[in-house]
Design a binder for this molecule. Sequence first.
Ligand SMILES: O=P(O)(O)OC[C@H]1O[C@](O)(CO)[C@@H](O)[C@@H]1O
Length: 452
Amino acid sequence: MLEFDFSLAFKENLKSGISFEELMEHSGVAMTALRKVIDSKPGFIRILGTDKYIKEVEDIADWLGKFDNIVVLGIGGSALGNIALHTSLKPLNWNSSGYDRKGKARVFVVDNVDPEFLEATLSEIEISKTLFNVISKSGTTAEAMANYLIVRGILDKEGLVPADHLLFTTDPEKGVLRKIAQEEGIKTLTIPQDVGGRFSVLTPVGLASALAEGIDIRALYHGARIALERYGNLEARKNPLIINALLHLDAMKKGKSISVMMPYSNRLYLLADWYRQLWAESLGKKYDLDGNEVFTGQTPVKALGAVDQHSQIQLYNEGPKDKIVTFLRLEKFLTDYEIPRLYTDINALSYLGGKSLSTLLNSEQRGTAFALAKNGVPNLTISFPVLNEEHVGEFIFYYELLTAVMGELLHINPYDQPGVELGKKITYGLMGRDGYEELLNEYSGDHWGLKL
Ligand SMILES: O=P(O)(O)OC[C@H]1O[C@](O)(CO)[C@@H](O)[C@@H]1O
């Protein structure tokens, strides 16, 4: 199981902030919020009660197994979970041509509409040995649809049968992808209607590409189910979810508007990207549930240890006291190096000799955590004993549940994202979509003022 260390989050060791006992004065409220979230069974909890979505993906396992490459075309919650599973559970050189994948697929995720990015991916793969998994719950997201149309054009041009190379992962009933799939006999997977994009990694959204690259998706679910059992039932004082929720709430109240997630592992790094969307879209809200303007939220920032010690830590230690930091660390790496004992007479080098590289990395994490504490910056550490499906499943579900509980404590709706709509609509206008002419007139041209 994941281990949580909150020692450097409280007044006892920080000399500022809140004490553990003061925090626990609010434990009743947090426990009520936790119960309320669990009892209301939002989609991301409901799916753990069934193997339906695992089976849906396993049913097409043989077909998935025929492809050398899976290219996901999606964005936001329809991409970040796939990226997080791929990077955390596969070796970093998995997609390299020389790597022995034992027949499993390479996984690429094209989540942007940068033409150079798309070209870089397409030039890596043989189209005839590739499955394009178009993932979009709404089936209307411009980025995913534009990339799909380009790929579709290429399939047509190459004379390949589209249905042999396409999989649509979308809403069970609505949207254009569902309609096209029905008309053209394209295989589909379901995104349950009650699961929003950023909570959907444990639905077919994340499971199909994971299965194709040999990730044990049942073990992922096992980890998530253990998390529900553990964090859903532990008493407040021993519950890392309750403590973390109250800590972040207290931080927000004290103006700590930035939540940094800093993994000390390249494979853990992109879990922090997944977390950014979850925390930002779920908690960044203008209105509370009573319609009051609250402009709440906390800006999630990702940093990589030890790299960003040499880029960000100066600011975190001595800059504005507006941050709470969560470190992720890995106790056992897939591989390690012993640093040779060379230059034994040079003090600046000799202490490294005989130590493993991972010992250095984890010592740097500990050193940074203490340094932040000394500077009054609250921080906590989540340790992965090893990086496997159970722990990643536990981590994912822990953060989904934590986010929902935070939404409850903030009295906001953590499941919607109205703030992303206006930008999308103006883009439709600028791209000439029918029905958006007024926005085109308002936002095109140079009448906005200062342009140098
Ligand atoms: O799966 P869809 O509908 O293409 O949406 C992709 C992403 O776009 C958003 O709706 C807005 O950014 C996210 O919430 C969602 O994950």
